[in-house]
Design a protein around this ligand. Structure first.
Ligand code: ADP
Length: 406
């Protein structure tokens, strides 16, 4: 077996390093063909990738002055040199393509490139053939066994890198589609919540007016209507908070906010949902202020969303602890509950838009799965972090870390 010289080996190692660090498919293909031509001392090189559906080979990239029109050109698996390489799954040297019956002069015509000799080797992803790498027109002689060895190694490195890049491309495009879907949902919610607000305030106004002058029995019924309308208002308010997030940095109105005071004031103004569930809420606040530069309204939304979730996902009689602590140069807001808990594999996902652990149709809890994603985006607007630690059936602990004002 011929031995690769150290120059070629060194170049292959360097190429492998570059291939590993390149994830853009076009960039990757360019590196591969340039190296294929250089390492085998050929005039040009090309890559043909197999379309798994049509089982045809497509020119994806070429080097060395071949015409630009070649990209996308289709080569059949039967009756072509590249097809033979792929089907036999082994390297092939053709010294003069014009004398080979598998040679397709149409391709040569289209690309207006004079082809003499070809060395083709199959490219694999692990053990599946994914395409063919060709070196074209050996300078000053014929392709030899050393060229074959070199190109086989390069094709092996390239096959895995190309598949990795393809997968990343697919993932990116799937991600893009998902974000577009999320954006559509968010737009819909922003419009719907805005439109719902006006008729709801009319209902609230009239019910409250009627209740004031009603006989006791009717007043009790109107009270139920009022409670339902208030619940609806809170839901809509939660949806409206999306506008904060979508406006992003532009909406941020920063001032010095003392988290201790913020929690204390929120505690005084909070509603009676926790009492109604016989839950105990305890506050753990340090004596000295902990000031951060923040948008006060946004911080209230974060606190509200976390404590509301704690109340919602904790059964009757449970306990909720809200604390503010100093950790180095950060202030931490901590909300702990003794509720249903969250499985470890959900710890990241619950911060995604519209994500809810319970399936929609079997939900026991109100909400549309926006509270935590809004909290996360608002915290990140403040250069902060938010995360959760939890144990199923035992409870959860949500943390928000914000940089202290210098
Ligand atoms: P929503 O409360 O409207 O469903 P969120 O974005 O606030 O939406 O929360 C997403 C999901 O995370 C919830 O549906 C729930 O499954 C889970 N979750 C949030 N907070 C808690 C908590 N304190 N305890 C248990 N699960 C929680």
């Amino acid at each position: 077996m011929p031995q690769l010289d150290t120059t070629r080996l060194a170049r292959l190692v360097e190429t492998s390093r570059i291939l590993n660090s390149t994830i853009d498919l076009d960039d990757l293909l360019k590196v591969i063909i340039n190296e294929a031509a250089a390492l085998t001392n050929a005039e040009a090189a090309s890559i043909l990738l197999l379309d798994p559906h049509t089982r045809q080979l497509h020119f994806r990239a070429t080097s060395g002055g071949t015409a630009p029109g070649i990209a996308g050109l289709i080569v059949p698996l039967d009756n072509s040199i590249a097809g033979s390489v792929l089907r036999s799954d082994s390297p092939l040297i053709v010294d003069d393509v014009t004398k080979d019956e598998r040679w397709n002069p149409d391709v040569a015509q289209t690309i207006k490139f004079r082809t003499g000799s070809i060395l083709g080797v199959p490219m694999h992803d692990v053990d599946r053939p994914v395409g063919v790498l060709e070196a074209i027109n050996k300078r000053g002689g014929r392709f030899d066994q050393l060229d074959v060895e070199t190109l086989v190694i390069l094709a092996d490195l390239a096959g895995v890198a190309v598949e990795k890049a393809r997968l990343i491309e697919q993932l990116r495009s799937a991600n893009k589609q998902l974000s577009e879907l999320d954006r559509l949902k968010s737009d819909f919610i922003a419009i719907a919540s805005h439109e719902l607000r006006t008729p709801l305030s009319i209902i609230l106004g009239y019910v409250s007016f009627l209740r004031d002058g009603a006989a006791p029995q009717l007043a009790a019924q109107l009270n139920s209507v009022m409670e339902a309308a208030v619940r609806l208002r809170d839901l809509i308010q939660g949806m409206l908070n999306l506008r904060y997030v979508d406006a992003g940095q532009a909406q941020l109105s920063l001032s010095e906010v003392d988290l201790v005071t913020l929690v204390r004031e929120w505690m005084a103004a909070r509603d009676t949902t926790a009492e109604a569930k016989q839950q105990t809420i305890r506050f753990h606040l340090p004596p000295a202020p902990l000031a951060v530069m923040a948008d006060r309204g946004m911080m209230e939304v974060v606190l509200h969303n976390l404590v509301n979730n704690a109340i919602k996902f904790t059964p009757e009689g449970g306990r909720i602890d809200v604390g503010v602590e100093r950790h180095g140069a950060e202030a931490w807001l901590i909300v702990r509950d003794t509720g249903v808990g969250i499985a470890k594999d959900e710890w990241e996902r619950i911060f995604g838009r519209f994500y809810q652990v319970e399936p929609h149709l079997r939900r026991h809890h109100e909400g549309i799965g926006l509270g935590l994603s809004i909290a996360k985006e608002l915290v990140e607007l403040h250069q902060g972090r938010i995360w959760v630690r939890s144990q199923l059936e035992k409870g959860s602990q949500f943390f928000v870390a914000l940089p202290l004002k210098q």
